[in-house]
Structures are given as structure tokens and as C-alpha cells.
Design a protein. Sequence first.
Length: 86
Amino acid sequence: MPRLDEEIKELIIEVLQLEDIRPSDIDSAAPLFGDGLGLDSIDALELGVALQKRYGVVLSANSEETRKHFASVQSLEALIANHANK
């Protein structure tokens, strides 16, 4: 069974159609936006919907907390793990 961080990386690649990127290319600690993976707000929306469908997490569109969760693969992993433990 794949680790959660690998699942998240695969989901990012699939949902955002990042054809030239493999999960191993994504640093779990690197920022998802800006200088990191370079995602934008549209990518965040698409990824948020996919996370909700797959893991049942609900994110508020413009909250500071949501921005923290989308900081990196590691922060998304923590959010999903925390949600699963509730």
C-alpha cells in the first residue's frame, strides 16, 4: 500500500495533469506554490476538490488555515491524517 505522501503526490500529478513530473520529483517539504511546484489558485481549487472527494476533508476557500494546509505535501498529509483520526 502506498504511503500517504506518495498518494498525495500521485493525486497532484493526476488532477493537475502534470505529465512530465513523477512523484519522486516532488519534494514533500517544498512549497506547492510560488518557487516550489509553482501551483496557482486554480490548481489549488482543483486539488481541494480532489482531496475532498478522495479523503473527505473539507477546506474553506479563502481561510488562512487552508493556506497553511496547502503549503506542502507534508502539510496536506498532516491534514488528511488528522481528519482520518477524528
